[in-house]
Design a protein. Structure first.
Length: 166
């Protein structure tokens, strides 16, 4: 592979705008590449880390998926406790939506579990939210509505089969 060229630090704001634009155009691989270029120059750039994390979640439905290890590594690089909780919820919620679209055995139960996990993350994020920033509440309500609309229920514990003693 040819050696990658380094982005100039003064180009980071414009590059971040391009990465967001590519995400909105449903081109997560392009957004990911731009974020990796930014992080090669500014490893702690929180906006680039969040944009990369969201680009990863945009790929959950794609055939070139993203591992849980990759998303957890990025979460660990976020400095804000609020953002770690909030984006953990986003990851779980987006994985749940992917499960809902799969229509495979057990996917509805997995979707329910992931939505409940997301709701727990949003509940952790809520008291840490900046004033006037109710995104965690909005996301929690979205998850609750997804559960209701899709009539999702938790997986029942398997009943124990008991054999009579002779």
């Amino acid at each position: 592979m040819p050696e990658l060229k380094r982005l100039h630090k003064d180009a980071i704001p414009a590059a971040l705008e391009k990465a967001e634009r590519y995400r909105l155009l449903n081109e997560p691989a392009e957004a990911e590449s731009i974020c990796l270029d930014i992080l090669a120059v500014d490893a702690e750039n929180q906006v680039a880390i969040i944009t990369l994390l969201l680009a990863f979640t945009d790929r959950f439905d794609k055939t070139y998926g993203v591992s849980e290890t990759q998303t957890k590594e990025l979460l660990g690089r976020l400095k804000s406790e609020y953002e770690r909780a909030y984006y953990s919820g986003i990851i779980a919620e987006r994985r749940a939506k992917t499960k809902l679209r799969q229509h495979t055995p057990g996917s509805r139960f997995q979707a329910y579990d992931l939505l409940r996990e997301a709701m727990e993350c949003y509940e952790k994020a809520e008291p840490l939210s900046p004033a006037g920033h109710d995104d965690a509440i909005l996301r929690w309500n979205t998850c609750a509505r997804l559960i209701e609309r899709n009539k999702l229920v938790p997986r029942e514990e398997e009943e124990r089969i008991e054999f009579p003693l002779e």
